[in-house]
Design a protein around this ligand. Structure first.
Ligand SMILES: Nc1ncnc2c1ncn2[C@@H]1O[C@H](COP(=O)(O)OP(=O)(O)OP(=O)(O)O)[C@@H](O)[C@H]1O
Length: 445
């Protein structure tokens, strides 16, 4: 399949580089021009399928670039303009003269990619996705797990967004494992937790004697992450003064320790995460626009747990197994009342809340089966939880039998004779019941 050639006209070096990087990651061929005249020349000779242009350019304006191309070329590719909020009127009049679309700053590059895909007829090729992944079984998680190996090690910087507790750090570590620096360190920094006065020395390190209390030389986060991944969690909490320094370090790829004389090169993959709306922070002046584009080349959004219900039980079983291994106990099973409640609860605290509730339930509950009320204390007694179920008695009894047999099999490592003996039934009737409940005859974990 031949690639789609696009033209980016942008004089801002950070924005231009971010756009070029992202479109290349998406499989486009990109020519990036930093002024209008060069772009006009290129438009004469290169078979562009779309043009993305800032309205403000250092020589001619975006409007002039568009009108002169329209006047001199027989076939002009679709133009998408990038405009500041204040210039929306210009963008609208450009639409009237035939431009294809515009996007207002600050914008998510992903949204621009979608526009260009539409205009150039370049859909995302269908990928065969695995049935499950390390991240989850929901479609959203499988898509992420499928995408990460293709972009890790190619995207200079990745931004993960999502509510607190959705698993942003888990995704960051997953990205690290798929990047070429996998054997190098993964350095996680919670930007909101570092006191403002220590930020510079924590990020850049310091020389011995650089300030009172600096008794030894110390490597900063950039240096610690050398060759590996620097994960900046809660990037939206970084004060503006540190944002400038971070941007400079990212652009120059050189850092100087506090009190040091010479700078040295650093190489690391950057992954940032936030649960805040960074574009809104840009709008209200709390986040630098240039840094926003620099770290936002590729954005991966982790949906809230309530928006991917398929993952809840999958994660719950996984957590319960892990907890049991840690406690050195047999794995507990879920009573149908618990499964039903887990699946319908809203999970305001996301995966972290699920993990914490199960941890508590496994420690407190001495039975080998967890009822809804073990996990949701607020639901009251086990009996009340069972009565809550809007299930006919037959269905309830069947579900109990199913869960009880599974628990017994688990306790006896899947040995049929031992389980049948413990249950006080014959092997034959155990087999029949297992068939009825579709329980696999293999060692259960
Ligand atoms: N797919 C997953 N598999 C296993 N554990 C997970 C998964 N997703 C999240 N977790 C667990 O849930 C908890 C919260 O995850 P994590 O710290 O990655 O969330 P976060 O979005 O970075 O949270 P915050 O915004 O508060 O920093 C962690 O203990 C993590 O191990």
């Amino acid at each position: 399949m031949s690639t789609t050639l696009i033209c980016v006209v942008e004089d801002d070096p950070i924005m231009g580089e971010s756009l070029a990087d992202r479109f290349r990651l998406e499989g486009f061929d990109v020519d990036w021009h930093t002024d209008g005249e060069t772009a006009l020349d290129a438009l004469r000779n290169r078979p562009y399928q779309a043009v993305i242009s800032d309205i403000r350019l250092p020589d001619i304006s975006g409007e002039e670039l568009f009108s002169r191309s329209m006047a001199t070329h027989i076939s002009v590719p679709p133009f998408v303009f990038i405009t500041a909020y204040a210039s929306v009127d210009t963008a609208v009049s450009l639409l009237k003269s035939g431009a294809a679309d515009y996007i207002t700053k600050p914008f998510d590059i992903g949204a621009l990619v979608d526009k260009v895909r539409l205009l150039t007829g370049t859909g995302i090729p269908d990928q065969a996705m695995p049935a499950q992944s390390e991240l989850g079984v929901s479609e959203a998680m499988r898509r992420l797990a499928d995408l990460v190996p293709r972009v890790a090690g190619r995207a200079k910087s990745i931004l993960i967004t999502g509510e607190s507790g959705v698993g942003k750090e888990v995704l960051a570590r997953f990205i690290h494992r798929h990047a070429p620096g996998e054997t190098f360190p993964f350095v996680a920094v919670n930007c909101g937790a570092v006191p403002e006065t220590l930020l510079e020395s924590e990020f850049f390190g310091h020389e011995r004697g650089a300030f009172t209390g600096a008794e030894r030389q110390k490597k900063g986060y950039f240096e610690q992450a050398e060759g590996g991944t620097l994960f900046l969690d809660e990037i939206g909490d970084l004060p503006l003064s540190m944002q400038v320094k971070l941007l400079r370090a990212l652009q120059e790829r050189r850092v100087t320790r506090v009190g040091g004389e010479r700078g040295f090169e650093t190489t690391f993959w950057l992954v940032c995460a936030t649960n805040r709306d960074l574009a809104e922070l840009v709008r209200v002046g709390k986040f630098r626009e240039d840094l926003f584009y620099r770290i936002n080349i590729l954005q991966l959004r982790m949906p809230a747990l309530r928006d991917r219900p398929d993952d809840v039980l999958w994660l719950a079983h996984r957590f319960v197994r892990e907890i049991a291994t840690r406690l050195g106990e047999p794995t507990k099973l879920f009573h149908p009342s618990a499964e039903a409640r887990l699946a319908t609860y809203g999970w305001p605290g996301n995966v972290r809340e699920l993990q914490n509730r199960l941890e508590r339930a496994c420690i407190v509950c001495s039975r080998n089966m967890l009822f809804s009320s073990d996990i949701f204390e607020e639901d009251g007694s086990q009996a009340a939880a069972a009565l809550d179920m809007d299930t006919p008695l037959d269905g309830y009894m069947t579900a109990c039998e199913n869960a009880f047999i599974r628990a017994a099999l688990l306790q006896h490592q899947g040995h049929i004779s031992e389980t049948a003996h413990a249950l006080g039934i014959s092997r034959k009737s155990l087999w029949e019941k297992m068939r009825k409940h579709a329980i696999a005859a293999e060692p259960l974990h």
